[in-house]
Design a protein around this ligand. Sequence first.
Ligand code: SF4
Length: 75
Amino acid sequence: MAPTHCAILILMPDARQQTHNSLGVGLCADCLHARRLESARGSVFILCNLSLTDPRFPKYPRLPVLSCDGYKKKP
Ligand code: SF4
């Protein structure tokens, strides 16, 4: 069964990049499968691309992700 939880990361504009790379996001910060989305109002979302093909992974993972079977470090 796919997890039903999700999380939205809302950041202040000047802290976005710093927090994206920090423990606030966890493993998704440097995962090959993570896609960073930003709304017109400045909200930042982490979308897990693995969720598109594997129901074990939530579309919007609960942050911070501290352990994940799909994690693959960006080259
Ligand atoms: S595979 Fe795991 S670590 Fe990578 S983006 Fe998805 S939830 Fe985050």
